[in-house]
Design a protein around this ligand. Structure first.
Ligand SMILES: Nc1ncnc2c1ncn2[C@@H]1O[C@H](COP(=O)(O)OP(=O)(O)OP(=O)(O)O)[C@@H](O)[C@H]1O
Ligand SMILES: [Mg+2]
Length: 476
């Protein structure tokens, strides 16, 4: 048997009058309840002018949940973020949440496998700004920063604004650094161990300077010559200088040569090329910068120390810049190598300018490998990933070293890339199609942050004071 409709109510046939009235009352009450909870624009569809019951829109109570829960309900749209422990950088474009990053925290929570970062993007895309924002804001968390490579001198104002200092190097500048300085012995390192550390650091620096200038690895006899020259210079002075070593290379000590079963005449012949190569720091275009006792002390307690090398290597003389970086970073290493020195960023801005040098790359790679032991996060800034390939031919040592650096950067921050770079970037970083399409169109200050198994598109949010301080467009 069929029922009948009355005033929009479906009434089952055969029901009693009392049942029908109860049914109508229930419907009226239900309408009132719904009408009061339905937004005005939906009300008509519930209780239209005809009063005919029509399908109601699906009414779901507003629901709030954490992004931790929502990321499961809406995968790819709602990331839970990297937590709140760290430095606030801006907003996660897809989830709208805050983006907070700290390489040491993420390393401890095993999100990343090392604390090093690579930042890449076209000219003026906001690479330096991203690094400056991350680092200056991290100072409040007790982190510190050293910037051994600042060829544009743009970190000077930043360091001074946060209570740090900048060491300005260049022809005619009063500052001189002795890259063979021993530095302070960390309390946890024994005197004997410290002697070995100093020796190997000095030895590594002399090797880098010689090989970088010669453009080839040193031969076995040259290694011996450098060892003996360093030994002579170190025994004559507590803090030997580069000129002491150059003198000992040109004119080896007769007694010392004899102790090693060598003749000083043949030793000086073997050392000739190396001696001339290192002499560049004493009499060449870098004279006056690294050829005597230091005129300043490295203060590891400052929040930021930068080396302004904007006066070196002008006119694209990147070789002078590379030698200066080798000396300056060796000088800084004394402070960095202290494992109790806290968590520090080491920034190589315009890193691509110093990377075309196997000797320097080798040095950087050693530092990268030691980052976890030293509590250091290395930050390498390049224009594009092909800068890493440009250091040498496929299969060459330089190329392998540069690609090793990339592999040792768990965090890769990709700002806008030129269209012709997208394919290579995608291959090297294993990006998805969506990520490639994203980095092709990124506006200024927005970046794809790629971590081992997560990625975020982050809009850096700058404070007005930061925008002014980090500005590099003023000369335009
Ligand atoms: N998040 C941002 N929002 C708005 N403007 C920004 C942002 N980040 C950077 N800029 C602007 O872009 C300019 C260039 O930024 P920055 O110097 O960081 O670029 P860069 O990639 O390091 O450039 P270069 O390749 O020349 O070193 C800055 O002066 C600033 O005005
Ligand atoms: Mg820059």
């Amino acid at each position: 048997m069929m029922g009948r409709r009355s005033a929009g109510l479906y009434e089952p046939a055969g029901g009693s009058r009392r049942a029908r009235l109860a049914n109508r009352r229930a419907l009226t009450n239900a309408r009132k309840t719904v009408a009061s909870s339905v937004p005005d624009d939906l009300a008509e569809s519930v209780d239209g002018p005809t009063g005919i019951l029509r399908p109601r829109p699906l009414l779901v109570d507003p629901h709030r949940a954490t992004t931790r829960v929502l990321r499961v309900a809406y995968p790819f749209l709602a990331e839970s973020g990297l937590g709140t422990d760290g430095t606030y950088l801006g907003s996660d474009v897809f989830s709208g949440g805050s983006f907070v990053y700290d390489p040491w925290v993420l390393y401890q929570s095993r999100v990343i496998t090392n604390p090093n970062m690579l930042i890449a993007g076209v000219i003026g895309s906001g690479k330096s700004t991203t690094a400056k924002a991350l680092i200056t804001r991290s100072i409040a968390l007790g982190h510190r920063a050293y910037v051994p490579c600042d060829p544009k001198g743009e970190w000077t104002a930043v360091a001074e604004a946060i209570g740090g200092t900048s060491i300005k190097l260049g022809p005619g500048m009063p500052t001189r650094l002795n890259p063979l300085d021993a530095g302070e012995r960390p309390s946890i390192v024994s005197t004997e161990e410290w002697r070995r550390v100093i020796w190997s650091r000095r030895r590594a620096l002399l090797g880098t300077l010689a090989e970088s200038t010669l453009g080839r690895p040193m031969t076995a006899v040259e290694h011996t010559s450098v060892d003996l020259a360093l030994e002579t210079a170190s025994s004559a002075a507590q803090s030997p200088t580069i000129p002491d070593v150059v003198t000992a290379l040109f004119d080896p000590d007769r007694d010392q040569a004899a102790r090693h079963g060598l003749r000083s005449e043949s030793l000086s012949g073997d050392a000739r090329e190396v001696a001339h190569a290192i002499r560049r720091l004493v009499h060449g275009d870098l004279a006056g910068m690294f050829d005597g006792p230091s005129t300043t002390q490295f203060d590891p307690t400052l929040p930021m120390v930068t080396l302004d090398s904007s006066r070196i290597g002008s006119g694209g003389n990147d070789h002078a810049l590379r030698l200066a970086l080798a000396c300056a970073s060796s000088w800084m290493e004394a402070a960095v190598a202290d494992p109790s020195g806290g968590q520090r960023f080491i920034v190589y801005d315009e890193g691509w300018r110093v990377m075309r040098d196997p000797a320097l790359l080798r040095r950087m790679q050693e530092q990268w490998k030691l980052s976890r032991a030293w509590g250091v996060s290395n930050v390498l800034i390049v224009h594009r990933l092909s800068d890493l390939a440009a250091v040498g031919d496929a299969g060459s040592e330089s190329r392998a070293l540069a690609e090793g650096l990339l592999a040792d950067c768990s965090t890769r921050v990709m700002l806008r890339q030129e269209p012709d770079q997208l394919a290579r970037t995608a291959t090297l970083l294993g990006l998805t199609d969506v990520e490639i399409a994203t980095i092709a169109k990124l506006p200024k200050g927005r970046a794809l942050w790629r971590l081992p198994s997560r990625s975020f598109v982050v809009q850096l949010i700058r404070h007005a004071r930061e925008a002014e301080l980090f500005d590099t467009d003023s000369r335009m």
